[in-house]
Design a protein around this ligand. Structure first.
Ligand SMILES: *[C@@H]1O[C@H](CO)[C@@H](O)[C@H](O)[C@H]1NC(C)=O
Length: 523
């Protein structure tokens, strides 16, 4: 048959095509916690598929408290910021957590955190031994944490083209040219959904204008580091480095995000860490079995937060748990549990929990979470409803999405009271609508045309094979802002309209003058 012949010809054509050899890929991860977990997963996927991967990493394993150090299958270049600084950094983080637990998530604290990142960046860029070694290695491509401006600077310093992986929602949308339409695309931190009333759209518009100021402030924190490490004349700007990424990958999926317009150089590859569940240990299995039909709930407040620095808050939580019939598996560093506070009989504290495996357990009823995206994706994947206690960063925004998809709700930390906590948990566990929605979102996530690891691999290899992402980057990235927003055209058209109106007025005036003149003459 002709079809078969064509197919055979096509396969012959494909076999002659130079398939991608193992590429040299550098992954860059300078923040611990969830950022690292994601970059680690990406490194593993690329490594497992035959690429030569190395990670440039900061901190050692210090930023995942409670988790046992794991041998990574790919080599890592790492360095430490020093015990003294790390202790200071931890203290600063703990202070910020106290604020957050009282419901104060301030821009000020965020900028303080970014300022620390910029300080760390200075240390990073002074690691000339590692940088020289990496430069010699001549990587084909870097995959970097697109949240941390320092990763861009490191890639720039190494002269390696890069794909930016953004670990959260479209928080930096303006910087990659995908804000709006403001009528249904909520601006980060607005706490709006895609369904906005008039006041919502008004708020969204103001937030959009304000977001530019915040972006500028964020970038400015890195100016001194740029000045110190790049010679005059070849100093990059953070804003430009954002636009120069070969590709942007967002750790997001539309099972949880609102639909919105994007660009071809932006790919959404969420839920890389959500996987089919493996069996949990016998010990855990025994503990879960004690719960009977009530099942159990999983509690984690983020990979970086292993204990709560506010005893009153902790008490409200544990008193809340004492009031529910479920067993509770809570990731909490046991050595930091305050003396004199009783652990309720149904609660089991663990330094680190196999969260994905627990959520995939048939008796899992609920995830209590800070609202980090990786955790939420695992909950979506396994169809487990959520009660959030958002603390900072994108966590409030993520929980707004969970609520909008009706797969859970959240309690702002300053409203945390044992009774309210327990009744919220009861409502979300017992009212079947949350479970139904969670299962629906789970089907949406799981039935994506391609699993995320294949998507990731495919896109990375596409970028390498096609020699970069130039064919995906919109021309708008090079346009001056007045052209991009068509201000020159609007100005020109306005001038035309004004000229026409002016002419019409002149004609009318002339006519009036002419008519009144004639009347006078007749009189
Ligand atoms: C960067 O670190 C060096 C060496 O510790 C120090 O001398 C310099 O002032 C730092 N620069 C910035 C911008 O913090």
């Amino acid at each position: 048959m002709a079809g078969d012949k064509e197919l055979a010809g096509f396969i012959l054509f494909l076999s002659q095509f130079p398939f991608l050899q193992a590429a040299k890929i550098l992954t860059i991860s300078f923040i611990g916690g969830s950022h690292y977990l994601l970059m680690d997963e990406i490194s593993r996927i690329l490594h497992d598929n035959g690429h030569q991967v190395r990670m440039f990493r900061q901190f050692g394993d210090g930023m995942l408290p409670g988790r046992q150090a794991q041998q990574s299958p790919y080599p890592v270049s790492t360095y430490s910021l020093g015990e003294k600084y790390l202790a200071e950094y931890k203290a600063l983080f703990t202070e910020a957590q106290k604020d957050n637990l009282m419901g104060r998530d301030s821009l000020q604290n965020f900028l303080i955190f970014l300022n620390e990142l910029s300080h760390q960046c200075n240390v990073t860029l002074h690691q000339s031994d590692i940088l020289n070694f990496l430069k010699e290695e001549k990587y084909d491509l870097a995959v970097i944490d697109g949240f941390n401006p320092c990763c861009f600077l490191a890639a720039e310093k190494l002269g390696v083209p890069y794909i930016a992986m953004f670990p959260g929602t479209f928080m930096n949308a303006a910087k990659v040219g995908v804000t709006g339409p403001l009528s249904y695309v909520p601006i980060f931190q607005s706490l709006l959904t895609d369904r906005m009333d008039f006041l919502g759209r008004l708020k969204n518009t103001f937030m959009y204008l304000g977001s530019h100021i915040v972006d500028k402030k964020m970038d400015a924190l890195f100016q001194k580091v740029i000045d110190e490490h790049f010679p005059l004349g070849s100093r990059p700007s953070i804003a430009d480095l954002h636009l120069r990424a070969e590709l942007w990958i967002y750790n997001i999926d539309f099972s949880i995000e609102f639909p919105r317009p994007l660009l071809p150089n932006i790919q959404c590859i969420g839920a890389l860490l959500a996987k089919p569940a493996k069996p949990v240990t016998q010990e855990l299995e025994d503990f879960i079995a004690e719960s009977g039909d009530s099942g159990f709930i999983v509690v984690t407040l983020g990979s970086m937060i292993s204990s709560l620095p506010l005893v009153e808050f902790l008490k409200e939580m544990i008193d809340g748990f004492a009031k529910i019939p479920q067993k509770v598996i809570w990731r909490y560093k046991r050595s930091e549990w305050p003396q004199g506070v009783n652990v309720a009989h149904n609660v089991r504290l663990m330094d680190w929990v196999p969260q994905n495996d627990l959520l995939g357990h048939p008796k899992a009823r609920l995830l209590v979470t800070h609202g980090g995206l990786n955790s939420l994706m695992e909950a979506v994947y396994h169809g487990v409803p959520v009660v959030g206690i958002p603390l900072f960063g994108d966590q409030y925004e993520n929980m707004v999405r969970v609520k909008a998809k009706n797969m859970g709700t959240f309690i702002p930390p300053d409203e945390m009271k044992a009774e309210k906590f327990a009744s919220t948990i009861r409502e979300v566990v017992e009212n079947g609508c949350y479970k139904t929605s969670a299962m629906k979102q789970s089907v949406i996530l799981r039935s994506r045309p391609f699993p995320p690891d294949q998507q990731l691999l495919g896109w990375v290899e596409h970028i390498i094979q096609s020699g970069g992402g130039g064919h995906l980057r919109p021309y708008s990235y090079q346009q001056p802002w007045y052209q991009q927003f068509l201000l020159d055209v609007i100005l020109f058209l306005s001038a035309c309209v004004a000229a026409i109106i002016y002419l019409i007025l002149r004609v009318i005036r002339a006519l009036i003058y002419f008519i009144s003149n004639r009347k006078q003459k007749q009189n």
